[in-house]
Design a protein around this ligand. Structure first.
Ligand code: ATP
Length: 610
C-alpha cells in the first residue's frame, strides 16, 4: 500500500493531505474472482441476460450477412447479369425486420436486467462493507480519519457500479461480437478479411500508448479531486475556527490553488481523450480504403461478389466499436481494481476485540466490577495503564480523577471492551469480560460521553436510542426523571422537535440532559459517565446534579469527574497519574492525606476564585 503525503505548494505547507493510495492497480485475477462472487447469488437472473446478450449479438452479426444475400441473390443475381428477384428480396427484408425486432427486444431486456442485477450487487457489497466496519474495533478507527472510511463506503463502491451494471455483460458481448466478426470475415473471404485487419496491430500500438497517457491524466484529475474533497471536509468541519482566527483569505487562496490545479489537469485529460476518437476514425478509414481497393481487385478477378464487398463494409463498421469499448473497459477495470483492493482491505480487517467461539451471553448482572492487575498499551512499548487493580462493589460510585492523559478514558475503554488489556483481566460479577458475548456486555454497560452524540431526528428518537422498544410514555418518564422534560416542552414541537445531526441547535447542558434520559431509558447496571467540562449556568448545573442522582441510584458507576460536587459525592475517588493509581479513598480521606488529590482540588479552587 503506497500512501504518500502531498502538499499542494510550499506556501501553503500547513495543509498536508495524504493521497489515499494509487488510484489504479494492475489487473488482478484473484480480485476479479472475488468481485464476481458477489454476482453468484444472481446466477438465475443472469442466465436469461446472457442468453439475450448472445441472441442480440448473433442478430447483429446476421444482418450484414442478409445484406450480402440480398445483393447477390435478389438485387443483382449472377453479378448483375440476371433480373432482380423481388419475392426473394421481400423475404430477405422480412427476415431482416424480424432480426431487428429480436435485436431490439433482447437489448432492451439485457440493459434493463443488467442494471437491476448490478444495482443489487452494489447494494450487497455496500451492505457487507458497512456491516463489517461496524464490527471493527476502536484500534481500526484510531488509525484512520473518518473521511477515508467514508470514501470507501461511497466513492470506492460507486467506482464499481459501472463495472457491475454494464461492464461485465458488455465485456462478454464485445468479445463475442469481435470474435464473431473475425471468424465471419476470415471464413467468408480469408484474403480480404486478413487485408482489412492489417490495421488492427497498428491501431493497437498507437492506442495503447495514448491510452496510457489518458489513464494517467484522469488518474491525476481524480487525485486532485480527492484532495479538494479532503480540504473541503476539513474546512467545513473547522469553519468556526477558521472564522474565529480570520483565516478565510488564506484558506481561500489554498482552495483556489487546488481548484485551478484540478481545472488544468481536467483540461489536459480531456484534450488527450479527444485525440482518441480521430485515431479510431483514421484507422477505420484506412481499413475501409483497403477494403474497397483490394475488394475491387477481387471483384475483377471474380473472387468475390459486390454483395460480399458491401457486407464486409458493414461488418467493418461494427468491428471498431467493440475494440474501442474494450479499451475503455480495460481502463475502467484498472480503476475498479484499486477500488476493490481498498474495499477488500477493510473487509479483511479482523476486529482486534473479537468474540471467542465459546463466549456465552452475560446474564443479568449485579454490577460488581474488578480490574485485575491491568497493563494496557495503545502503541507497543508505551503503556497507558500499568498495574491497575480496582475492586468495585455493585451500586458503588467511583470518580476517576487525574491530570490530562493520566488514563481515565482508557479505564473506561477497557470496561466497555473497546480494547482488550495486554495483561490482566476485567471482571464483571466475577466473569472475565473476554469470555462473554460483546452485545450482552455492552447492553448492560451504559455510557454517557462528554461529547454527547445527537443524531439527526426528533428529540423523542434521540432518547429512544437507549432502548428502541421504549413506549412514548416511558420516554417522557425518563425525560422527567432527569429534569429534561421542561426544556423539551419549551421547544417548538416538544418531543417531536427535529434536531440536526450532532444536535447543534441544543445547548451543551440540554444535550447532556438528553443523553442522561437516553441512558436512564436503557437502564444499565453499570453506568459510565464522562462529565462535560464546559461551564454551565447554576440552574442547569442544579438540574444536572438532580438528574445525576436519579441516574446513578442503585447502579455501579464510573465517572470521569470534573465537577467538585460530583467528585465529593462519590463513594470512592480513584486518582490516576501516568497510567497508575496513586491514591484511592473518599474525598475527606484524600484531602486529609494532602497528596495528589489535595493538590488537584486546591488548584481547582485557585482557578475558580481567580
Ligand atoms: N487512541 C489512542 N492511540 C494512542 N494513544 C492514545 C490513544 N488514546 C489515548 N492515548 C494515550 O494514552 C494515554 C492515556 O489517555 P487517556 O485518554 O486515557 O487519558 P485521560 O486521563 O482520559 O485524559 P483526558 O483527561 O485529557 O481526557 C495518553 O498518553 C494518550 O496520549
Amino acid at each position: 500500500m503506497s500512501a504518500k503525503k502531498s502538499n499542494v505548494n510550499d506556501k501553503n505547507a500547513r495543509f498536508i493531505y495524504k493521497d489515499d493510495d494509487a488510484i489504479e492497480k494492475p489487473f488482478n485475477w484473484a480480485q476479479v474472482r472475488r468481485l464476481l462472487i458477489y454476482m453468484s447469488p444472481y446466477k438465475k437472473e443472469l442466465t436469461p441476460v446472457i442468453i439475450m446478450m448472445i441472441l442480440g449479438t448473433l442478430t447483429r452479426l446476421g444482418i450484414p450477412a442478409l445484406v450480402i444475400l440480398a445483393i447477390d441473390q435478389a438485387i443483382a443475381p449472377d453479378n448483375g447479369n440476371g433480373p432482380t428477384s423481388f419475392p426473394k428480396l421481400y423475404l430477405i427484408a422480412a427476415i431482416m425486420l424480424v432480426l431487428f425486432i429480436v435485436q431490439w427486444a433482447s437489448n432492451t431486456y439485457r440493459i434493463k436486467y443488467t442494471n437491476i442485477i448490478g444495482q443489487k450487487v452494489i447494494y450487497d457489497l455496500r451492505h457487507h462493507l458497512f456491516q463489517h466496519i461496524q464490527k471493527l474495533s476502536f484500534r481500526f478507527y484510531d488509525k484512520r480519519p473518518a473521511g477515508s472510511v467514508l470514501v470507501r463506503v461511497t466513492n470506492d463502491v460507486n467506482a464499481l457500479q459501472d463495472l457491475f451494471t454494464n461492464g461485465v455483460v458488455n465485456l462478454l458481448m464485445d468479445c463475442v461480437q469481435l470474435v464473431g466478426i473475425v471468424v465471419i470475415l476470415l471464413v467468408w473471404n480469408f484474403k480480404l478479411g486478413l487485408a482489412i485487419m492489417i490495421t488492427v496491430p497498428l491501431m493497437f500500438i498507437v492506442s495503447t500508448a495514448l491510452r496510457k497517457r489518458i489513464r494517467f491524466a484522469w488518474q491525476t484529475v481524480r487525485m486532485k479531486q480527492s484532495r479538494i474533497n479532503a480540504h473541503l471536509n476539513e474546512s467545513i468541519q473547522g469553519m468556526k475556527i477558521t472564522q474565529a482566527y480570520v483565516q478565510e483569505k488564506d484558506n481561500m487562496s489554498f482552495f483556489e490553488n487546488m481548484n485551478e490545479d484540478n481545472l488544468k489537469s481536467w483540461n489536459k485529460a480531456s484534450a488527450l481523450n479527444q485525440m482518441f476518437g480521430p485515431i479510431i476514425e483514421v484507422t477505420s478509414a484506412i481499413g475501409t480504403l483497403i477494403l474497397f481497393w483490394y475488394g475491387a481487385h477481387l471483384i475483377q478477378s471474380n473472387e468475390i461478389t459486390i454483395g460480399v464487398l458491401v457486407g464486409f463494409a458493414n461488418y467493418i463498421g461494427n468491428f471498431w466499436d467493440p475494440i474501442n469499448r474494450l479499451g475503455q473497459m480495460y481502463n475502467q477495470l484498472l480503476i475498479a481494481m484499486a477500488s476493490s483492493e481498498r474495499i477488500f482491505e477493510f473487509i479483511d480487517e479482523e476486529p482486534t476485540v473479537g468474540e471467542q467461539g465459546s463466549a456465552k451471553p452475560l446474564l443479568s448482572i449485579r454490577g460488581d466490577v474488578k480490574f485485575d492487575n491491568i497493563l494496557f498499551e495503545y502503541e507497543k512499548g508505551r503503556p497507558a495503564l500499568k498495574g491497575i487493580s480496582l475492586d468495585v462493589k455493585a451500586g458503588q460510585s467511583i470518580a476517576l480523577v487525574g491530570h490530562t492523559g493520566s488514563g481515565k478514558s482508557t479505564i473506561i475503554n477497557l470496561l466497555c471492551r473497546f480494547y482488550d488489556p495486554v495483561e490482566g483481566r476485567v471482571l464483571i460479577d466475577g466473569k472475565d469480560i473476554r469470555d462473554v458475548t460483546i452485545d450482552s456486555l455492552r447492553s448492560q454497560v451504559g455510557i454517557v460521553l462528554q461529547d454527547t452524540f445527537i443524531f439527526a431526528g426528533t428529540i423523542r428518537d434521540n432518547i429512544r436510542y437507549g432502548r428502541l422498544d421504549a413506549t412514548d410514555s416511558e420516554i417522557v418518564e425518563a425525560a422527567k426523571a432527569v429534569h429534561a422534560h421542561d426544556f423539551i416542552m419549551s421547544l417548538p414541537d416538544g418531543y417531536d422537535t427535529e434536531v440536526e445531526e450532532r444536535g447543534n441547535v441544543l445547548s451543551m447542558g440540554q444535550r447532556q440532559l438528553l443523553s442522561f434520559a437516553r441512558a436512564l431509558l436503557s437502564d444499565p447496571r453499570v453506568l459510565i459517565l464522562d462529565e462535560a467540562t464546559a461551564s454551565i449556568d447554576t440552574e442547569t448545573e442544579l438540574h444536572i446534579q438532580e438528574a445525576l442522582k436519579t441516574l446513578l441510584a442503585g447502579r455501579t458507576s464510573f465517572m470521569i469527574a470534573h465537577r467538585l460536587s460530583t467528585i465529593r459525592n462519590a463513594d470512592e475517588i480513584v486518582v490516576l497519574d501516568h497510567g497508575r493509581i496513586v491514591e484511592q479513598g473518599t474525598h475527606d480521606q484524600l484531602i486529609a492525606r494532602g497528596g495528589v488529590y489535595n493538590g488537584l482540588i486546591e488548584a481547582q479552587y485557585r482557578f475558580l476564585s481567580a
